[in-house]
Design a protein around this ligand. Structure first.
Ligand SMILES: *[C@@H]1O[C@H](CO)[C@@H](O)[C@H](O)[C@H]1NC(C)=O
Ligand SMILES: *[C@@H]1O[C@H](CO)[C@@H](O)[C@H](O)[C@H]1NC(C)=O
Ligand SMILES: *[C@@H]1O[C@H](CO)[C@@H](O)[C@H](O)[C@H]1NC(C)=O
Length: 403
């Protein structure tokens, strides 16, 4: 009898705790959403590439797709095509692409579910909530997106904001509590633009508890310019720097991550022929023989000119770091025609930051402080990726969401 009473008491207490959890939605960074594809292609680079895939299959990331030669099939499927004259992004002909498990956590926990531990992305953040009673699809949600084709000036049209808006409403309608939106890296400008340009104040007041930014590059990062110009080593065997460069030159997210705003008042890229500052970035890609990338950068910059300063309009928490020396200016000895596969550039100027993004970029825009909702920043020691698993950061997030 006594035992029965205890069990009931425990059960009631458990239910009360579960009911009071405020829902959390995690919006990941660049390349940090699992992507899946299906396709019917007319032409393929090798006879052994599949022409037809009827059922959705994971493409990002799957180690077997990156084997020598097979990687050409992968690159064809993954490559977005940007058309500068219409400012539109599309897939290679016949290809469909979508984020894996939108709303659930499988699309953001690790990049390759076959190598769960080795390719963990938001695992530590997710585990923190799960240990405290959060459940996938009930109180804890992932909002993965096709990070190749996201851009601030096209997301309202391509359905990405609509998908996030519906997810937030579902979380709030289900729990009866406003949702906390956690962005990491590119996920933070994504959430900011969603709130600032796509939602009304009435909607934000009703549905959003807070916006939490972890290492958000609101004023971009010099690295995005360098990688889009010259490529980047992703340390995936078979995937060369120039492969990455060719992908990035068609990725709206690459333009979105380039330096922007009043803080970007320095030379971003230096060559023996010319120094390129913020207003010269379109010219940089023209000089490099990439006119559609130049158009992409121009479209994104024009949009950000208007939109980046608009405050989020919700309680906002910005986590940033000044503990790592972070590049401001790169010098490319080979000039704009850096082949992509030679040694990396030289850093000629730097600033405190998180190793990827400098401090002022992580802190957003001065005008945001005019919003009536609280805006708080937290200086932490961890770097751009370490912030996800920093116990100090997790503890502070817990306090923000009412744990
Ligand atoms: C959430 O509830 C509101 C109010 O009842 C309703 O207008 C909205 O459509 C609901 N959203 C979803 C995604 O169910
Ligand atoms: C670029 O700027 C640096 C530093 O101000 C200067 O020394 C260099 O001469 C400039 N290069 C060109 C090509 O103008
Ligand atoms: C990070 O920077 C702060 C402020 O400059 C300093 O007090 C702290 O010791 C640094 N932490 C680490 C781990 O380097």
């Amino acid at each position: 009898m006594r035992l029965f009473g205890l069990l009931v008491a425990t059960f009631v207490l458990g239910a009360a705790v579960a009911a009071s959890l405020e829902p959390v939605i995690i919006v990941p960074g660049l390349s940090a959403s699992v992507l899946e594809t299906r396709y019917h292609k007319k032409t393929v680079p090798h006879v052994f590439c599949d022409k037809n895939v009827d059922n959705w299959k994971r493409i990002w990331v799957r180690a077997t797709e990156m084997a020598p030669e097979i990687i050409d099939c992968f690159l064809q499927t993954m490559g977005p095509v940007y058309d500068g004259s219409s400012n539109t992004y599309s897939n290679c002909e016949g290809v469909q692409m979508q984020p894996h498990d939108f709303g659930g956590l499988e699309g953001i926990y690790s990049l390759d579910p076959d190598l769960r531990e080795k390719t963990e992305v938001y695992g530590p953040l997710i585990d923190y909530f799960v240990k405290r009673g959060y459940k996938a699809g009930e109180t804890l949600y992932g909002a993965p997106y096709d990070w190749r084709v996201t851009a601030p000036d096209v997301n309202a049209k391509n359905g990405m904001y609509a998908a996030l808006q519906t997810l937030v409403e579902q979380a709030v309608n289900r729990t009866g509590q406003p949702a906390h939106l956690i962005g990491h890296s590119l996920g933070s400008p994504f959430v900011h633009m969603f709130l600032a340009t796509y939602t009304t104040q009435a909607w934000r007041d009703r549905y959003v508890g807070s916006f939490i930014s972890l290492a958000g590059p609101f004023g971009g990062s010099t690295m995005a310019t360098e990688y889009t110009l010259c490529g980047m080593d992703w340390r995936v065997p078979g995937l060369s720097k120039s492969h990455i460069r060719d992908l990035m030159r068609n990725m709206g997210s690459a333009a979105w991550m380039m330096p922007f705003g009043p803080g970007a008042d320095y030379v971003i890229l230096s060559t023996p022929q010319r120094n390129y500052s913020l207003e010269d970035l379109p010219q940089l890609f023209l000089d490099a023989g990439a006119p559609s990338t130049a158009a992409m950068v121009r479209h994104v910059q024009t949009y950000l000119d208007q939109a980046s300063v608009i405050p989020p309009g919700v309680e906002t928490h910005l986590f940033y770091s000044r503990n790592t020396t972070t590049p401001l200016t790169y010098y490319e000895p080979a000039g704009v025609h850096c082949s992509g596969d030679q040694a990396g550039p030289e850093v000629v100027a730097s600033r405190p930051g998180d190793g990827t993004v400098v401090d002022w970029s992580l802190l957003g825009y001065a005008y945001w402080k005019t919003q009536p909702q609280p805006l708080t920043s937290y200086e932490v020691a961890s770097d751009h990726v370490g912030v996800i698993s920093d116990p100090m950061v997790l503890k502070l997030i817990g306090e923000i969401v009412g744990l």
